[in-house]
Design a protein around this ligand. Structure first.
Ligand code: GRF
Length: 194
């Protein structure tokens, strides 16, 4: 299964996928890593010898133009699945249209609880005892697509956004790798979501 992974930040979830795909038995390969900015996580692609590309959001006059440039890059790599893993931008409609439902996203909350860019902070602020991690199919909404895998994560007393996010990420990586396996083995059939 050919994966292109899109990031904006540190790429710890990307790294987990790169490590998993080092195993010859793993039925998926990250063929390229893309980012909307000079993300630190691009260093993981470099380390693993995976091509990367940057389509800087700030270089384009509109979200639409950025989307066209991103789509052109994606097409070069012919991904079977596009993985959003810490991409902090909503995909423009033409990109979703081109690849849906073969676009998945990891989110650090138990969707539909706490969607959006601050899911960890929002869960902490809500004072709930637990939150979670989710892997969904990307649609044109904000973290609103069909849920493929999700698990609960406890919020511990004294948790900060950082400590809670780290605990969630450990689980996100597991769910992401499981989702990729399910897609590669057709245990999840994307045609069911078309
Ligand atoms: C992850 O929690 C992801 O779900 C969220 O942003 C975080 C990215 O972390 N969208 P990293 O860049 O993979 O370390």
């Amino acid at each position: 299964l050919r994966l292109v992974v899109l990031i904006s930040g540190g790429g710890s979830n990307l790294r987990a996928l790169l490590q998993a795909s080092e195993d010859a038995e793993f039925p998926a390969r990250v063929v390229a890593v893309g980012a909307d900015r000079q993300a630190d996580g691009l260093a993981h692609a470099e380390e693993f010898g995976i091509p990367s590309f940057v389509v800087p959001f700030t270089s384009y006059p509109s979200r639409e133009a950025w989307g066209d440039a991103l789509l052109a890059q994606l097409r070069e790599w012919e991904p079977d699945v596009v993985v959003l893993s810490g991409l902090m931008k909503l995909l423009p409609a033409q990109v979703v249209e081109a690849y849906a439902p073969a676009i998945i996203n990891t989110h650090p909350a138990y969707l539909p609880e706490f969607p959006g860019a601050h899911g960890v902070r929002d869960a902490l602020a809500a004072g709930v005892a637990e939150t979670g991690a989710s892997v969904i199919i990307v649609d044109n909404g904000v973290d609103s697509g069909p849920i493929l895998h999700q698990r609960r994560v406890p919020i511990e007393p004294g948790d900060t956004e950082a400590t809670l996010h780290e605990r969630i990420k450990l689980l996100e990586r597991e769910l992401l790798i499981q989702t990729v396996l399910d897609l590669a083995n057709n245990d999840i059939d994307l045609k069911d979501f078309a």
